[in-house]
Design a protein around this ligand. Structure first.
Ligand SMILES: NC(=O)c1ccc[n+]([C@@H]2O[C@H](COP(=O)([O-])OP(=O)(O)OC[C@H]3O[C@@H](n4cnc5c(N)ncnc54)[C@H](O)[C@@H]3O)[C@@H](O)[C@H]2O)c1
Ligand SMILES: O=C/C=C/C=C(\O)C(=O)O
Length: 477
């Protein structure tokens, strides 16, 4: 797979090339073209021209049929997409084959169904004493925003790219997408599938490159961009917001997190341990929904810590960090944790495999205890296979601990007390609260964070609302 831009229906590798490295062994796998400001400008102009041309004249039925054709196209090249996602991220094949690629297909199919079946409202209005019939009809129609910039991260590359592209196209927008510089391959395959599906040139465009002072920033500060949908770090979101401010460009942000788990003494402890191991170590903690703070009611605290530590030590076939830089960042937090006085109950270092993986970017699955809530390790997002476990006594204390964070993306609550579940979950300052489960997804539900974890919601009608403008038409009868 050779990463390429896709602009106005044409593939190219214009621009300086930068290395694409395998996170598994650190070896260079290929090169990625760095889009210039001119290439980004060409992509935005192509999107605008598509809206003024054939793509702008499509109706929702035609667009949803094209989304289904894209889904079928990805499905037909399923193994190729899995190979590319595994090569770029190093994630276990089973994860890419059961989550990343099926969800990308599901994203297109879900929005084809949701957009096509979405009703609009009408209000028959009576105006007493008014001349004529004294009646009017108010109805809502929706217009696409226009040219949408989509910027996506490296952890779930195709899942998160298509989670924005699908609803943006369904709503009639034209898209310029910039995937992470770390993971260009499945985005390029997607462009091939979209090209084969027959979308008019310029409806979907793809540019590769870095973010700050590069393709990402050229795109988010471009005056021809009508909306920005971004997933990535909170600090990056703030930088993008500053660029968007000049043109008052609307933004949809899915940002960072420091997700808590609350484990009550009445929980099914084995289920809570297994669920917290999954929510901490899946994709080596490189999912925004992963748990990094665990609060366990005191009567079961010691038992829980030991059981979770055993699960950490038992982790096999886990993947690496995406890059040497990210590996070094996670290891710097492992050092910081020790400096702040943590007990490292499991992990805390670099695994030794005795094979090519020793040249890759692996870190050990890690469980920490003993830190105060004020510790940086407990407050700052690490984005690796690590969590800190602390005890609590009362329910209100647990909620306060969970909410004592600048972030508010996701949380898990483990309890067999139904009343407690329904009391606690709505009080947690997060966009998504799972009870006795984790990452169980219904694509119609609102997805997103509060505080520094994001602005707005994705999913179902929430995405379609962001990617379109409602227009109220009032007709005197
Ligand atoms: N809330 C969510 O749904 C969600 C999902 C995945 C990842 N994340 C967050 O993303 C972070 C990890 O991903 P990452 O390292 O790719 O994030 P990142 O913010 O470094 O990069 C994300 C994307 O933004 C681009 N970018 C970077 N700086 C930019 C700038 N100044 N202007 C325009 N574009 C810019 C990058 O090239 C990349 O495509 C973590 O903080 C994680 O919590 C959040
Ligand atoms: O890393 C963050 C994961 C985001 C997941 C979703 O956006 C989703 O499941 O729809």
């Amino acid at each position: 797979m050779k990463p390429a831009h896709y602009v106005n229906g044409v593939f190219s590798t214009s621009g300086a090339a930068f290395p694409l490295r395998s996170p598994v062994d650190g070896n260079q796998m290929g090169v990625v073209p760095e889009a210039t400001r001119e290439t980004v400008d060409e992509a935005v102009n192509a999107a605008g021209a598509a809206l003024a041309g054939a793509w702008g004249r499509t109706d929702v039925g035609e667009r949803c049929a094209l989304l289904r054709r894209i889904a079928d196209g990805v499905e037909a090249r399923f193994e190729e997409f899995v190979d590319a996602e595994v090569a770029d991220t190093g994630k276990p094949r089973e994860l890419a084959a059961t989550v990343d690629i099926p969800r990308a297909i599901g994203n297109f199919r879900a929005y084809a169904d949701l957009a096509y079946g979405r009703p609009e409202r009408a209000y028959p209005t009576t105006v007493p004493g008014w001349s004529g019939s004294g009646q009017a009809l108010n109805y809502t129609v929706r217009r696409p925003l226009g040219v949408v910039a989509v910027i996506s991260p490296w952890n779930l590359p195709l899942l998160l790219l298509t989670w924005k592209v699908a609803p943006a196209l369904a709503a009639g927008n034209a898209v310029v997408a910039k995937p992470s510089e770390e993971t260009p391959s499945t985005a390029t395959l997607l462009a091939e599938v979209i090209d084969a599906a027959g979308l008019p040139p310029g409806a979907f465009n793809l540019v590769h490159g870095h973010g700050a002072n590069a393709a990402g920033e050229y795109l988010t500060s471009h005056p021809g961009v009508d909306a920005i949908a971004f997933t990535g770090a909170s600090a990056t979101g703030a930088a993008i917001m500053r660029n968007a401010a000049d043109h008052v460009t609307p933004v949809s942000f899915e940002l960072g997190g420091k997700n808590p788990a609350l484990v009550f003494a009445d929980a099914d402890l084995a289920e809570a341990v297994e669920g917290t191991a999954r929510s901490t170590f899946t994709h080596s903690g490189q999912i925004c929904l992963c748990t990094e703070r665990v609060y366990v009611q005191r009567p079961v605290y010691e038992e829980f810590v030991q059981a979770l530590a055993e699960r950490a030590r038992a982790q096999r076939d886990y993947g690496p960090m995406i890059s040497a830089e990210h590996r070094d960042k996670v290891l710097s937090y492992y050092r910081l944790a020790r400096e702040e006085g943590a007990t490292v109950v499991a992990g805390g270092g670099v695994p030794r495999f005795g094979d090519e993986r020793d040249g890759g970017f692996y870190v050990e699955p890690t469980v920490l205890t003993g830190l105060p809530e004020s510790a940086r390790t407990v407050r700052e997002e690490i984005f690796g296979p690590v969590c800190h476990v602390a005890p609590f006594d009362e329910e209100d204390e647990a909620v306060r601990l969970a909410n004592d964070s600048p972030y508010g993306l996701a949380a898990t609550v483990w309890t067999t007390d139904l009343s407690r579940a329904h009391r606690v979950a709505p009080r947690v300052e997060a966009g998504i609260v799972w009870v006795n489960c984790w990452n169980l997804r219904d694509l119609r539900t609102p997805f997103g964070g509060v505080k520094a974890s994001g602005i707005g919601r994705e999913g179902g009608e929430y995405s379609l609302d962001f990617f379109s403008e409602p227009v109220n038409v009032c007709v005197k009868i």
